[in-house]
Design a binder for this molecule. Structure first.
Ligand SMILES: [Zn+2]
Length: 327
């Protein structure tokens, strides 16, 4: 991660310097670089500043800097889960909390109330949500991170409770599972990943979950395991497919009362203090919205930092970069 971050910084510094050199001459470029040094790692600034000034020729692009970054492999495009990740505020050592609200888009008025909450929240929109693109756009405009909430087969559903249209079920062929995944993922751009709606049976099925993970891997998306069963194979199948994996710590509103949601918030805070971070999943219910509206603005004062889900994804650096760093 450290190497990757550094590479991005170097790229930005070079691009900025080249653009300024072309447009306004080296003097202006130098000033901009000095300002940029407020936020640029010192090593990078030193490298760029040590270069001899090169007078730009009129109307021609400035000569490209050739800093010592050639030892690094060429930049790869960011996977979607990082490309569409919302920037996380600095944690400064405080425990981090991510709040994911799923089941969004079935009851649009409640979805709108959730979108109005202070963020960054992570909103997981039902694949069959009404007005899905508009909800996504509204969520994005409010600074929330976006996911898709994919209906999956439960172990046993009480009568009239079904996962929903185009749910993923274990009796489907791999081809049909792929088709349903692709159909869902094509409905909304700009998401960072998916989590399962229900799915206590489906997420325990290794073959079926492998198909899901392959589709996520192909699109650079992450998997948040709602953990609706202790037998979930989400972790092992995501790892096998190279899909970033995170798991829910606390459901906030299995019981739809203010008292219960408050009690679960206390569990969430305790988990975050103990582990350094915690992931909550909640739903657009009246009691949940009421408690979150009061609690979210108090997080900083309570010593926590609210982050988008992607901030809690840990990615192992590719082996090639680790080797380079060790040289
Ligand atoms: Zn759900």
């Amino acid at each position: 991660m450290r190497q990757k971050t550094l590479r991005i910084w170097i790229g930005a510094a070079i691009a900025g310097a080249a653009a300024l050199g072309a447009g306004a001459g080296f003097g202006a470029g130098l000033g901009a670089l000095e300002r940029a040094s407020d936020v640029t790692p010192p090593a990078v600034v030193a490298t760029v500043m040590a270069r001899e000034p090169v007078a730009p020729r009129a109307m021609t692009p400035a000569p490209a800097f050739v800093p010592p970054v050639q030892a690094l492999p060429p930049a790869e495009p960011l996977p979607a889960w990082r490309q569409f990740a919302v920037a996380a505020p600095p944690a400064d050592g405080r425990p981090r909390i991510a709040v994911v609200i799923d089941d969004l888009g079935v009851q649009v008025p409640n979805a709108r109330r959730v979108i109005e909450l202070p963020g960054p929240l992570t909103l997981s929109l039902m694949t069959y949500a009404l007005n899905l693109p508009q909800l996504a756009e509204a969520g994005r405009a409010r600074g929330h991170e976006l996911m898709l909430h994919v209906p999956m087969e439960p172990e046993e559903a009480p009568d009239l409770v079904t996962p929903g249209p185009n749910a993923l079920t274990t009796d489907l062929t791999a081809a049909e599972l792929r088709k349903r995944m692709q159909g869902a993922l094509d409905r909304v751009p700009g998401i960072v990943g998916i989590n399962n709606h229900m799915g206590s049976k489906f997420t325990a099925d290794r073959g079926a979950m492998t198909v899901v993970m392959q589709e996520l891997a192909a699109r650079g998306l992450l998997f948040l395991d709602s953990l609706t069963t202790s037998h979930s194979v989400g972790r092992v199948t995501s790892r096998a497919a190279g899909v970033p994996y995170v798991a829910r710590d606390v459901f906030l509103d299995n019981e739809d009362t203010v008292e219960s949601v408050r009690a679960q918030i206390r569990v969430l805070e305790a988990t975050a203090r103990r582990d350094g971070s915690a992931i909550a999943i909640a739903h657009p219910k009246a009691a949940t919205i009421e408690v979150l509206r009061a609690w979210l603005p108090t997080l900083a004062a309570r010593g926590f930092v609210l982050v988008p889900l992607t901030a809690l994804v840990e990615v192992e650096a590719p082996a090639s970069l680790v080797a380079k760093a060790a040289q």
